[in-house]
Each structure stands twice: as structure tokens, then as C-alpha cells.
Write a protein that binds this ligand. Structure first.
Ligand SMILES: *Cc1c(COP(=O)(O)O)cnc(C)c1O
Length: 384
């Protein structure tokens, strides 16, 4: 069974309506609305070994429903779009890069993107692929596109929260014969829909806000080109980077609250950003939803919600560490997108080009007043 197109049920117009029903099968009397996870390494298969379900590395009915759901959110109403789920965001990212590029090809990657991209770059180069980089903001990708086979963009970028104009870059890339993949992790499909903006692939880590509870790793790739997606599917089969049925089922269950979570977390992120804006010790405050943010104009054109991550810089590493210690409602942890707020001093990992006092703050589902008050109190208590 392929995860294409909307199912036969009447779809409401709104995104919340779509999210609560996404991917559900036709109701069956005495069966649950969302069927439970199917745990199977192999399926009963006498005679000719034909699909849909033959072996657990190739297909699983729990993935099928989740893939349908993600496809409905990423490309509602569009036929011929295929979705594949993976064990993690990096499994999804790698599946596109390594299935689409060959020795001698060139690819453009963001210079300020997810922290594992430099590792990916080294691996691509080891396979004889030319890697060029460009920052997310400022259209610098246009200068390095000639002769490239794939343009990879991450918008908003993690952790710097720059934004690029997807439609504009897609037009430029397609005019030069390059495909475009968008890392949609930070935005989620309720924040932006890259395929509608012309991208060939929307790729994401479902570990973050898509599933939103900080308890599973997941990734997905959505694409409209059957041949390209067949190569991504083949890659998943070769590498075996498949999600467990339990993770896939938990992810699907979490999608029902996606709109609630994303709406709440983006509204609170704006409130936190506004609270931070009044503080003299805070510099480099970024949130694409702030009307005066450098990313806001482009973000407002292509995004419907601006995400749950706010970033800013405190004067020193010590001050940033004291601030993080003083927070009571915010867990010191990496990753983002969960219902419980988390924050970290990003420089502790190395790899990101950020100041020592740079904080990536992921806004959860707490009450906005409580969270803003906790942040302001922690800033006061951590002052020199
Ligand atoms: C987390 C993240 C990834 C990788 O996802 P995992 O699920 O951790 O493998 C890729 N891209 C972005 C933008 C991310 O934030």
C-alpha cells in the first residue's frame, strides 16, 4: 500500500480538523479509531511473495498510517505525493542526500544548519561529491547553484533562526536543473508546507515538535517525484533505518494534538521573545514571529506559524550558565519542540558558529505568564 493522497473520508477545511483525523483508516466496528502498533518482523506469506506486507524492514501497517497522516499534513489534497518514515531525522536527511547524489555531483548545504551537517559533508566528500555551502539568509545560495544537482535548505535554520525564501530559491534552482530539499523540522507542516512552495522534498526530524513529547526519535521524507522517492525508499531498505512500530504509533497518536501544541507554543514563544526584548543584557534576540525580526518579512510570506524556538545571547558563558541554572520551569536539555520547555547554551557542543553566551530556548506548553515570569526571574537572579 502506498501512502498517497487524501483518504475517502470527508475532510474539514481546518488544519486542526485535518490533524486529529490525519491518516486514520475507515472506521471498523469494534476496532480502535487508530489501530494499535503492528509488531511484525515478517508477515504470513504463502506462495508468491508479493506486497503490501512481506518483511518488516520494507513495510509495516503502522508506518503506512503514519505516512498517510504526514503526507496529508505536508501536502493536503495533493495526489501522487509519497511519504516515507525513518528511524530518526538524520536517517531521513541521509536518505535524500545519499540516494540522490552520485560521485561527481555537487550539492549546496547550509553553512549554519543542523549540527550534524558537517559530518554529513565529510561523508559526501569521501564519496566524491562536491559540497558547497551558503548561509541560510541573504540569498547567497544563488551564487553557488550553477552545476549543482541538489540544493538543501533549512528554514528557519537551527539554531540561528534565519529564514530563506523557499519559492524564490526553488525557482532559481529548478531553472538550473537542481532539485530542492527543505528541512522542515523547525516549522513543522503546520508552520510551512515546502512542497506547495515548489520544493521537491520536505524532510524533517519528527523527534522535535512533530511528535512533541521528547520521548521518541523519528524522521520522514515527503516528495512528489515517484522516481526520486523510489530511490529514497531503496535507500531505506538498504540501510534499514526504519522506525519501530511503537515509535510510529506514538508519533501518529501525537499528531492529533499537533495544531493545539503548535498554536500554543508559537503564541508563548512570541510572549517570551517580547519579554526578553525589554532586557538590556539580552542581545541577538531572534524569533521569526517578532514583527521587527530580520526574518519576519520572508517568514510571514511562507509560514503560517513561526515555531517554538527563541534564540538570544547573554553577555558571557558564565552568565548564560547561571541563567540556565536559575530557571525552574525549563529543563536544561538539548533538542526542542517538546511540551516541556527546554533550554541550553548551544556553544557547549562546539560545531555551531554561535557566541559563548548563546541560548537556544524551546518554548513548551506551559502557561505563557508562568514561563515569561520564570525567564525574567532567572535573568534577575543570574545578574552579576
Ligand atoms: C534534530 C534535527 C535533525 C536531526 O533529527 P534527529 O531526529 O535528531 O536525527 C535534522 N534537522 C534539524 C533541523 C534538526 O533540528
Amino acid at each position: 500500500m502506498r501512502s498517497t493522497g487524501p483518504q475517502g473520508r470527508p475532510a474539514g477545511g481546518g488544519e486542526g480538523t485535518r490533524a486529529v483525523r490525519a491518516g486514520l483508516p475507515e472506521p471498523v466496528r469494534h476496532e480502535p479509531t487508530l489501530p494499535g502498533p503492528v509488531f511484525a518482523a515478517h508477515y504470513h506469506l504463502p506462495g508468491e511473495p508479493t506486497g503490501p506486507y512481506t518483511y518488516g524492514r520494507d513495510e509495516n501497517p503502522t508506518w503506512t498510517l503514519l505516512e498517510r497522516a504526514v503526507g496529508e499534513l505536508e501536502a493536503p489534497g495533493r495526489e501522487g505525493v509519497e511519504t516515507l518514515v525513518f528511524a530518526s531525522g538524520m536517517a531521513a536527511v541521509s536518505s535524500v542526500l545519499f540516494s540522490q547524489l552520485r560521485a561527481g555531483d555537487a550539492v549546496v548545504l547550509p553553512s549554519d544548519g543542523y549540527q550534524a551537517l558537517p559530518l554529513v559533508r565529510a561523508q559526501l566528500e569521501a564519496y566524491g561529491i562536491e559540497v558547497r555551502t551558503a548561509p541560510t539568509g541573504g540569498d547567497a545560495q544563488l551564487d553557488v547553484l550553477d552545476g549543482a544537482g541538489l540544493l538543501w535548505i533549512e528554514t528557519p535554520s537551527n539554531p540561528g533562526l534565519d529564514v530563506c525564501d523557499i519559492r524564490r530559491l526553488v525557482e532559481a534552482a529548478h531553472a538550473r536543473g537542481a532539485r530542492v530539499a527543505v528541512d522542515n523540522t523547525l516549522a513543522t507542516p503546520l508552520g510551512q508546507r515546502p512542497l506547495e512552495l515548489g520544493a521537491d522534498f520536505s524532510v524533517a526530524s519528527g523527534t522535535k515538535q512533530l511528535t512533541g513529547h521528547g520521548d521518541i526519535l523519528l524522521g520522514y521524507v515527503v516528495g512528489g517525484d515517484a522516481e526520486a522517492m523510489a530511490a529514497v525508499r531503496r535507500w531505506r531498505k538498504i540501510v534499514g533505518a526504519i522506525p519501530g512500530p511503537m515509535e510510529a504509533w506514538l508519533a501518529h497518536r501525537s499528531l492529533a494534538t499537533l495544531q493545539l501544541r503548535v498554536d500554543r507554543q508559537s503564541a508563548t514563544a512570541l510572549a517570551v521573545a517580547e519579554a526578553l526584548r525589554g532586557r538590556s543584557e539580552v542581545t541577538g534576540l531572534r524569533y521569526p514571529g517578532l514583527p521587527d525580526d530580520a526574518s519576519h518579512m520572508i517568514a510571514a510570506r511562507q509560514m503560517r506559524r513561526f515555531g517554538c524556538v527563541v534564540s538570544f545571547t547573554l553577555p558571557t558563558r558564565a552568565r548564560a550558565d547561571r541563567f540556565l541554572d536559575a530557571l525552574r520551569l525549563v529543563d536544561a536539555a538539548t533538542s526542542f519542540g517538546g511540551v516541556r520547555s527546554t533550554a541550553e547554551r548551544r556553544g557547549r557542543w562546539g560545531g555551531d558558529a554561535v557566541p559563548e553566551g548563546f541560548i537556544r530556548f524551546s518554548v513548551g506548553a506551559e502557561d505563557p505568564e508562568d514561563l515569561a515570569a520564570d525567564v525574567l526571574r532567572a535573568l534577575d537572579e543570574s545578574a552579576d
